[in-house]
Design a protein around this ligand. Structure first.
Ligand SMILES: [Mg+2]
Length: 302
């Protein structure tokens, strides 16, 4: 694994090691960045594999679900040039107008006790630039992007177990001290089994914002239940369930916002990873899936 050995960082048992996802966890990627990345990925697939747009879109979402990232799917199945792909699909003339996040994020992260590591399926150049725009680059002792997740098997990405194990070993951190903060439930689910703690950040998700609106109409309890039903591990179009509910109630135009949110993004969701079927999975008393220790709407809640 191409993660440099820790320098000054020594193993500190018991001290939390925060593994932060980037897109839709630390900033609102679905606002403007994911739509552009998805179009660029589809264009790349059309050109390189000779597919039409619908076929390329279908392949993109299928590989995201099956392999964790489109990159890993394209590498394993088609042997594409990874560097060219990453450069092309994450190319932005300017990211500054596209990045949005919650107020006070940098201060919140600086005050959070423990070690902080960025752990993202996105490429390093993009991740570093976004962190710079968010003013939080120095908060993180390490940035682990998709290039750093490679091992002798080849390209890896979340939620690969071997990659996580090697990452924590390189960080000299124990699973029990690690806390994964993520928007993608399939990553949380896969990694919760390894013994780390999981925090589901929903503040930048389409569905979550609608839950806030739903709560005003149906009450908090009903809104939470609807959010629980919108389990992307169970159904690739899970958010459509929530949208459908809204449409039925004539609360909002059918499908607005949700269709994209359900299938969008370079590291979105892996419904196929859930062999048990999402609706059959155990849920805690709160209605939260058992693999989620905490559900937050803001990093301030950590
Ligand atoms: Mg994410």
């Amino acid at each position: 694994m191409k993660i440099s050995k820790p320098g000054r960082v020594r193993r500190q048992p018991g001290r939390p090691v925060w593994l932060f996802d980037l897109d839709n966890t630390l900033h609102h990627a679905s606002y403007a960045i994911f739509p552009r990345i998805n179009i660029a990925m589809t264009d790349f697939i059309m050109r390189e594999l000779g597919l039409d747009r619908a076929e390329a879109d279908a392949l993109r979402t299928d590989y995201t679900r099956r392999y964790g990232t489109v990159l890993v799917g394209l590498m394993r199945r088609h042997g594409i040039d990874a560097a060219a792909f990453l450069d092309e699909v994450h190319h932005f003339d300017s990211l500054s107008g596209l990045v949005r996040t919650e107020r006070g994020l940098a201060r919140t992260l600086r005050r959070l006790p423990g070690r902080k590591v960025l752990f993202t399926n996105a490429p390093l150049t993009y991740a570093t630039e976004v962190l710079g725009l968010l003013g939080i680059r120095k908060v993180f002792e390490r940035v682990i992007a998709v290039e750093q997740m490679r091992d002798r098997r080849g390209w890896q990405s979340k939620p690969d177990h071997g990659m996580l194990r090697r990452t924590l070993r390189a960080l000299q951190a124990r699973h029990r001290d690690a806390v994964l903060v993520e928007d993608t439930r399939s990553h949380l689910k896969a990694y919760r089994r390894t013994g780390l703690k999981t925090v589901w950040m929903v503040g930048h998700l389409h569905g979550a914002r609608r839950v806030e609106e739903l709560a005003n109409v149906f009450g908090a309890q009903r809104a939470e239940r609807l959010a629980g039903d919108a389990d992307p591990n169970a159904n690739p179009d899970a958010d459509l369930g929530l949208a459908g509910e809204l449409a039925q109630r004539q609360f909002e135009a059918p499908g607005e916002g949700f269709a994209e949110g359900a299938t969008m993004g370079p590291d979105v969701r892996h419904p196929s990873a859930d062999a048990s079927g999402g609706h059959a999975q155990r849920r805690g008393e709160s209605g939260r899936p058992h693999y989620i220790d905490r559900r937050i709407r803001s990093i301030k809640s950590l």
